[in-house]
Design a protein around this ligand. Sequence first.
Ligand SMILES: C[S@@+](CC[C@H](N)C(=O)[O-])C[C@H]1O[C@@H](n2cnc3c(N)ncnc32)[C@H](O)[C@@H]1O
Length: 220
Amino acid sequence: MGEEVNLLRNYPVSKRDVNSRANEKTEEDRRIARKFEFDFFDGDRRHGYGGYSYNEKFWAPVIPDFIKYYKLKENSSILDVGSGKGFMLYEFSKFLPNAKLRGIDISKYAYENSLPDIRQYLDIGSAHELPYEDNTFDLVVSIVTLHNLNREECGKALSEMCRVSKRNAFITLDSYSNEKEKKMMEAWNLTAKTMMHVNEWVKFFDDVGYDGDYYWFKPI
Ligand SMILES: C[S@@+](CC[C@H](N)C(=O)[O-])C[C@H]1O[C@@H](n2cnc3c(N)ncnc32)[C@H](O)[C@@H]1O
């Protein structure tokens, strides 16, 4: 079994955005957001990011923690599942210019609007059917993505991450630890189809054979 480890402790967080999103959304907003097209990434704030553009301040402080924790080397291979426009991979490429990078995301829009330097490393596809051989990557990461799949596909995606990884995997997932956090998560959630208490997630990992590391995203 993996470990709970906060490798995103240096990712900048905006409380103001979280609160405004919780106040505004409707079922129609959720339907639109779940398409993961323009509206989710670059449309109105009530459908998602409200503008998802590259800014070094987000991933640059985070990547050194991954390199240190997983002892990544110059030529390590890294897969990002739910890679969006490739921002995290781009930051990896700056720290480890010879690393073998790959990203996969369901969104054609994200691919077409990804960072030009990174697009060649990106695939379009779903996390529950990864088009890679067994034991391909030194590290497989997935940041706030797998809860967007239904429970069955989410379980498959967790197994897939382990299958294509030689050893290390890391995920962050929407979750909660108490009633207050649960209410906040339900109010805030736009896209997640699988939402669980942290203890339920850990049991789920065991059930589906996910033995990588993990941490939680909580909107408070
Ligand atoms: C909240 S965004 C996170 C993006 C990126 N990991 C980050 O942290 O900036 C969630 C991502 O999951 C992707 N996604 C949703 N369902 C997916 C699926 N079944 N397979 C792969 N990616 C998926 C979306 O297109 C979107 O890019």
